[in-house]
Write a protein that binds this ligand. Structure first.
Ligand code: PLP
Length: 378
């Protein structure tokens, strides 16, 4: 089946009891058993819930997990934490030096206390990656495009190197979504999502997922999901599932609008630089063209006038809402150094304080252009 069809039907057959065409919200903690141990496949909702399972099946199919599967979690960070449980004291993880701030915080300030070591490298530099891999390195964590600098990293090349050294690779596919980029096609072992973003798509639910292609690794994740307990609740799973149905349509529009805005900003005298993988000026534009179906809905830019100008522009928009997060139908604007990336301010991440990040929504492109035009006017 095609992506658009799977997004609506995979794991979402009409309800066998009532014929309901949407997966019901199974708001139950437990399930009646016919005799001790004799049940219909569900015994307790931390272990399994039909609404959550429908979402997990859909996500696994959309990512192309084959014989593996997905576990849906309470947040993107819960998904990251489950991956963390695959590591043992003394293991090392290599992170991108511009990883999402929460991911960086989890590995550097939480898992490090459990004896898991880490280092951070510029993942656009293959030599630096090679040098950062040690005999105890068990995991490489990739984000592409990165947040908020929108660097694009070479999945095939990095995954091949990691595997040569016996390390697994987890790819945070939140920014691209499986509609634009499918890391398993490049050999990734795990795909991680904050479903809070494009997959949910309506800024009304926080959630996450880990997808594995290898059946044993998937089984281990299910074990961890049940043992640790950071599950997506049935209402949240249902909302996410509803969002996923329109992912293809939304992503096309996010990309259309972002392309129009990137072109507009690139020509604007008040803008110093625009970072968008779809622009020929982007450092990894050729790689992005190969690796992604389109270039996504995120744009970063630096305005003339530095930090104060960036704060002024971000406070002046009327259609773009000044807020953290991304990937919803509505356009958002933020200043990462003062908002989402405050926790990594002053680190090697190097988010410029005059950087503005746009999450371009699916409103009419003309309204978005006009809004930025008036916000940039001096
Ligand atoms: C790329 C990326 N990964 C993971 C997360 C964490 O997800 P959540 O906020 O759902 O816990 C975020 C959140 O912004 C993110 O942007």
């Amino acid at each position: 089946m095609h992506f658009e069809t799977d997004a609506i039907h995979a794991g979402q057959e009409p309800d066998p009891t009532t014929g309901a065409v949407t997966v019901p919200i199974h708001a139950t903690s437990t399930y009646a058993q016919r005799a001790p141990g004799e049940h219909s496949g569900y015994e307790y909702s931390r272990t399994g819930n039909p609404t959550r399972q429908a979402l997990e099946t859909t996500l696994a199919v959309l990512e192309g997990a084959g014989d593996g599967g997905a576990v849906a979690t309470a947040s993107g960070m819960a998904a990251t934490a489950l991956v963390g449980y695959l590591l043992r004291p003394g293991d090392r993880v290599v992170l991108p030096n511009d990883a999402y701030g929460g991911t960086f915080r989890f590995f550097s300030r939480v898992l490090s206390e459990q004896g898991v070591e880490w280092s951070a490298v510029d993942m656009t530099n293959l030599d630096a990656i090679e040098q950062s891999i040690e005999t105890t390195t068990r995991l490489l964590w990739i984000e592409t495009p990165t947040n908020p600098l929108l660097r694009v990293v070479d999945l095939a090349a990095i995954i091949e190197r990691a595997h040569q050294h016996g390390a697994r690779v987890a790819v945070d596919n939140t920014f691209a979504t499986p509609y634009l980029q499918r890391p398993f096609e490049y050999g990734a072992d795990l795909v991680v999502h904050s479903t809070t973003k494009y997959l949910g798509g309506h800024s009304d639910v926080v959630g996450g997922a880990v997808v594995a292609r290898n059946p044993e690794l998937f089984e281990r994740l299910q074990f961890l999901q049940n043992s640790v307990g950071p599950i997506a609740g049935p209402f949240d799973a249902w909302l996410t599932l509803r969002g996923v149905k329109t992912l293809a349509l939304r992503m096309e529009r996010h990309c259309d609008n972002a392309e129009a805005l990137a072109a507009f900003l690139d020509d604007h005298a008040g803008v110093d630089s625009v970072i968008y993988p779809g622009l020929a000026s982007h450092q990894q534009h050729a790689l992005a063209s190969r690796q992604m179906a389109r270039f996504g809905g995120m744009i970063s830019l630096r305005v003339a006038g530095g930090r104060d100008a960036a704060h002024r522009v971000a406070s002046r928009t009327r259609v773009f809402t000044l807020a953290e997060s991304l990937g919803g139908v509505e356009s958002l604007i933020e200043v990462p150094a003062a908002m989402t990336h405050l926790s990594v301010a002053g680190t090697s991440l190097g988010v410029p304080e005059d950087l503005i990040r746009l999450s371009v929504g699916i409103e009419h492109a003309d309204d978005l252009v006009k809004d930025l035009e008036q916000a940039l006017a001096t």
